[in-house]
Design a protein around this ligand. Structure first.
Ligand SMILES: Cc1cc2nc3c(=O)[nH]c(=O)nc-3n(C[C@H](O)[C@H](O)[C@H](O)COP(=O)(O)OP(=O)(O)OC[C@H]3O[C@@H](n4cnc5c(N)ncnc54)[C@H](O)[C@@H]3O)c2cc1C
Length: 385
């Protein structure tokens, strides 16, 4: 399918299917199976995967343009396929063996194989390089022991991309490898779905590895080490999409806050005609446009880097993710303010989105970590200049 046709289809799907089903999703804490099937049918699991593996092979810029559309609906829909299209498939594409790509990528593109990305641990969050999960070679196998935390889609996943220490004596980033662990492997168990502040219907659970034995062929790329590099490949793809998600969510919030401000009157005047309310709408619009431009620019730089085989524009991606996630929280806060007391009551999109958008400042690298990484790179560039 051409990109333009896909964009139009996704726009219609968002308007006619995803948005109308949001409240049901929130009430039942589950994306209906029929909608997941429709997401597969229109190719949402396939956008980042090459045609050779049954995907749509859209550029990062095209993926971002699509993300601006479908994330105008609840961000929970995106969470269902985000770990597959970004974190897992992209690491596999760049670092997997041919056999691993053949085994997993066609199923991922079809939405039949959900990937879960297992990096974070109870004692290793922002400092992922301090992870302690071990995968120890034993003959033709690796035996995995450890606990992962907040693993999105773990209850639904067919495969886990697990970052674990294959060199038990190593510290820091070295000695960490990536392994593909099929769900159902003895020794792998998934914890209960925790209640969260927002994004109800998305599942981010603990995952336990207890003498979980996988064949040596599960090692991504067939070589020990480099696990964090593979993880970062997926993370940088996902961060770009999170920035785009913040744009989509902010666009929706602006529509909702503006509609409310037009119909609500106080002092005989619609809120929409009051200067201090207009300032909030204007600031939200301007900041959303700025993030949109930053995200598209980062996506284009991403595409150039992939085409030229140069390093990904990690600082531009970090800046878009950082600015976008802080921006959408400000927009959500203004939207609640414009609604007044109604914004504090449940049962409307703005209140739900105020909670949902809070996550974007925390996952895929919290804001403080993005600030640190951006500043380090800016300083290093000046020192080299
Ligand atoms: C809903 C949800 C889904 C998730 N999905 C996944 C997933 O699918 N797979 C996965 O592997 N992980 C996942 N995560 C984990 C997520 O990436 C981490 O929560 C995140 O990296 C932060 O780690 P932490 O929660 O341990 O916080 P911490 O690292 O303990 O940080 C706590 C606070 O300290 C700040 N901080 C930390 N280090 C520094 C520093 N050097 N300088 C300044 N401030 C600092 C942070 O910014 C934050 O504000 C998910 C998390 C959530 C909440």
């Amino acid at each position: 399918m051409s990109f333009d046709a896909s964009l139009e289809q996704v726009r219609r799907f968002t308007r006619e299917v995803l948005i109308p089903a949001e409240q049901k999703l929130e009430d039942e804490a589950e994306v209906p199976a029929a909608i997941i099937q429709q997401m597969k049918d229109i190719g949402l699991f396939a956008i980042s995967i090459p045609e050779a593996y049954g995907g749509l092979e859209f550029t990062q810029e095209q993926q971002v343009l699509l993300t601006f559309e479908f994330t105008q609906a609840s961000a929970v829909y995106r969470s269902i396929f985000s770990t597959t299209i970004g974190l897992c498939s992209q690491a596999l594409l760049d670092f997997g063996t041919d056999e691993q790509k053949e085994t997993y990528l066609p199923g991922m593109a079809a939405g039949d194989i959900i990937g879960a990305f297992a990096l974070t641990e109870p004692e290793a969050g922002s400092d992922a390089a301090s992870l302690t999960t071990k995968a120890i070679r034993d003959g033709d196998s690796y035996v995995i022991n450890g606990t992962k935390r907040y693993i999105t889609n773990a209850p639904y996943a067919q495969v886990f991309l697990v970052m674990a220490r294959t060199d038990p004596d190593s510290t820091g980033g070295s000695g960490i490898s990536a392994l593909l662990v099929d769900s159902g492997t003895p020794g792998l168990t998934v914890g209960p779905i925790p209640k969260m502040l927002g994004q109800t219907g998305s599942a981010s659970t603990e995952v336990y590895f207890d003498d979980c034995r996988v064949p040596a062929s599960a090692l991504v790329g067939g070589q020990e080490g480099g696990g964090l590099r593979a993880a970062l490949r997926g993370i940088n793809h996902a961060r770009t999409h999170v920035a785009a998600t913040c744009v989509g969510q902010a666009m929706r919030l602006i529509d909702e806050m503006t509609d409310f401000a037009i119909q609500r009157e106080q002092f005989g005047t619609p809120l929409a005609d009051m200067p201090s309310i207009q300032n909030m709408i204007a600031d939200s619009y301007a900041e959303t446009q700025a993030t949109r431009a930053m995200t598209l620019e980062a996506a284009r730089a991403f595409d150039r880097a992939v085409a030229e085989g140069t390093p990904l524009p990690t600082t531009e991606i970090a800046a878009a993710k950082y600015f976008g996630s802080e921006m959408v929280s400000r927009v959500a806060d203004r939207a609640v303010q414009i609604m007044g007391g109604a914004g504090f009551m449940e049962g409307n999109p703005i209140t739900r989105m105020y909670r949902d958008t809070r996550l974007f400042r925390i996952f895929e690298g919290a804001s403080q970590v993005q600030q640190r990484n951006i500043a380090r790179d800016v300083v290093a560039r000046r020192r080299r200049a």
